[in-house]
Write a protein of this length. Structure first.
Lengths: 99, 153
């Protein structure tokens, strides 16, 4: 019997903002419901994350955390990384900047 | 989805039906305006705050009612970039909201105003709370449109 995977990476490749938040939230929720414990959001190619997008990431991390998992955000641009730090979200889940 | 877009000397004005998709079009126009006026360096800050202000106007001010209009303008005035957003809603208790700091770190909402306060220097509402004006200081070349090399709020 194949071992169920508990890790997944999402690469949205487009801005995570109010106009796309519903669809993005749905995709992430499905992963959590499917039993993913470690979800990585690779922000390569993402130029903007607004407060609605941040809300989706926080809600996803909260759900993962309740199930013993965690969210990781990688490849954040300099501006987006600064935004996460300004909003102190780097204290809530792991965030790393693009190299 | 009919938008009125007007670009005059040092000023961008957009009037649009209250729908979140229109915020993306306003963001593209804002980026063009900033590049044309040599303020690409602060484009992220300005577009982020524009998105927050317009999202509040569309979602809370107009209740996402596409029959209501949102007016947005951005202009260079002396050493300031001035953003104005007006909706057709009933306004809100902005004095109470402006006093609030960052929400709890695990809260998935309530960061819009905190972002505006972090990236722009002055935030003003009219008495009712449906007209928002924000000011961002331009340290270098605000008047003459020279390259702005220094970030500031």
């Amino acid at each position: 019997m194949a071992k169920k995977t508990t890790k997944k990476t999402f690469k949205p490749g487009k801005n995570i903002v109010a106009s796309v938040s519903k669809g993005f939230r749905k995709k992430l929720k499905k992963s959590v419901d499917d039993g993913i414990k470690e979800l990585t959001i690779n922000l390569q190619g993402v130029e903007m994350v607004d407060s609605v997008g941040l809300g989706v990431l926080i809600a996803t991390h909260n759900s993962l955390n309740s199930a013993g998992g965690q969210l990781k955000v990688t490849n954040a641009s300099e501006d987006i990384f600064k935004l996460f730090k300004t909003m102190r979200l780097d204290q809530h889940f792991e965030v790393s900047a693009a190299k | 989805m009919i938008l009125d877009i007007e670009r005059k000397n040092k000023k961008l004005e957009i009037c649009f039906p209250s729908m979140t998709g229109n915020i993306d079009i306003a963001a593209m126009e804002t980026e063009k305006f900033l590049i044309e006026n040599s303020f690409k360096d602060i484009a992220f800050d300005v577009i982020l705050v524009m998105r927050e202000a317009l999202t509040n106007a569309v979602k809370y001010g107009s209740g996402e009612n596409s029959r209501k209009k949102v007016k947005y303008s951005l202009k260079i005035e002396g050493n300031f970039l001035v953003m104005k957003v007006e909706d057709e809603g009933e306004g809100f208790d902005w004095k109470k909201k402006l006093k609030q700091g960052l929400p709890m770190v695990d809260s998935s909402s309530g960061r819009g105003l905190a972002i505006m306060k972090s990236y722009f220097r002055i935030i003003k509402y009219n008495k009712k709370g449906n007209v928002l004006t924000l000011y961002k200081k331009l340290l270098n070349g605000g008047v003459n449109g020279k390259k702005n090399n220094q970030k500031n709020i």
